[in-house]
Unconditional design. Structure first.
Length: 326
């Protein structure tokens, strides 16, 4: 594989064709005749209204509304496939406690899949030529197809680019696909370029920008929550926060003056020296020509346009809360 620089990888993500082999994501198959009703009553988003080969983003919460896991889930003919941002074991352990009379089985199928993400403005045409079939057009739509005698799922997922895609296939197929990508014009990207572009796109990550200490509303994961479905684990807490009390802090986007990137945990201060929050992740954005950051900010101070200061080892630099980076 040819060496690629950060500039090459960044350009591929934003203008060309980029790919990553995602190694940490767990996969769970939810099986059994009660799989839809059970999962619908457990997770934060709607399951019952999904059409086959369609998916959504959701979370599984504790009774106090804290995030156990975040994931995409897809309704397939014989199962619901859950694509977790972390390992599957702890999620299965937490969810199995609620299986009582339901005919449901949770299987860790992580070892059965290889997960590739494809990004960049040219990704649609690139994959269409490779697979010789039409791409999924709707967000989180699944298209089953064959490639070099390998069965795979091609999923539309606009995370780092629009369009963006996920390809799931067997370990043997994954080896073939990785070789094909390496020999193509697509560029494999590492963590540095990925982190910059996902910040530019405003994509928070579990374990970095939100953890099991957060609920989805303070992490601004409103798109992971249905406010119209019935009860689910943690629903009462989310409903109260939505309609009555709110949350004490919100994950906010900051444009930071200067060229120094604050580290995770850097304090965000008010002009009169009071702590307003803390940075979770930050990077220098080539497209914006400035430093951008995620930070949890006290709710009363989190309005767009509000100016605060970031503490860089004792030196305070000005920062502005923005609605979006791009």
């Amino acid at each position: 594989m040819a060496f690629s620089s950060f500039e090459d990888e960044y350009r591929a993500l934003t203008e060309g064709i980029a790919w990553r082999k995602e190694k940490e994501r767990g996969k769970v198959a939810v099986l059994g005749v009660d799989r839809i009703t059970f999962l619908h009553s457990m997770i934060s988003h709607d399951v019952s209204s999904l059409d086959e080969y369609q998916g959504r983003y959701g979370t599984f919460l504790t009774a106090t509304g804290k995030i156990v896991a975040d994931f995409y889930y897809y309704r397939l003919p014989e199962q619901v496939l859950i694509d977790l941002s972390t390992a599957a074991s702890s999620f299965i352990e937490a969810l199995e406690k609620f299986i009582i009379m339901d005919e449901v089985e949770l299987q860790d199928i992580s070892a059965s899949w290889r997960h590739f993400s494809i990004h960049g403005q040219r990704s649609r045409e690139f994959l269409a030529d490779l697979f010789n079939t039409f791409p999924p057009e709707q967000s989180d739509q699944v298209v089953p197809c064959s490639w070099q005698a390998e069965e795979l799922f091609w999923i539309r997922r606009d995370e780092l680019s629009t369009p963006g895609y996920v390809v799931l296939l067997s370990p043997e197929g994954g080896d073939k696909f990785a070789s094909a990508l390496t020999e193509s014009t697509a560029i494999e990207v590492g963590d540095e370029a990925f982190n910059v572009v996902r910040l530019e796109r405003g994509l928070p990550l579990f374990g970095r920008d939100f953890t099991e200490k957060n609920n989805p509303l303070e992490a601004r994961l409103d798109y992971a929550v249905s406010l119209s479905k019935g009860c689910y684990i943690g629903q009462e807490v989310i409903a109260r926060a939505t309609h009555i009390g709110g949350v004490p802090r919100l994950l906010s986007k900051l444009n930071v003056d200067g060229d120094r990137v604050p580290g995770s945990g850097s304090r965000v201060m008010t002009d009169d020296g009071k702590e307003a929050g803390k940075v979770t992740s930050a990077a220098y954005s080539p497209r914006l020509g400035r430093v951008i950051a995620f930070a949890y900010i006290k709710r009363a101070l989190s309005q767009t346009g509000n100016r605060l200061q970031v503490d860089l080892d004792g030196r305070l630099v000005s920062a502005e809360i923005v609605d979006r980076f791009l």
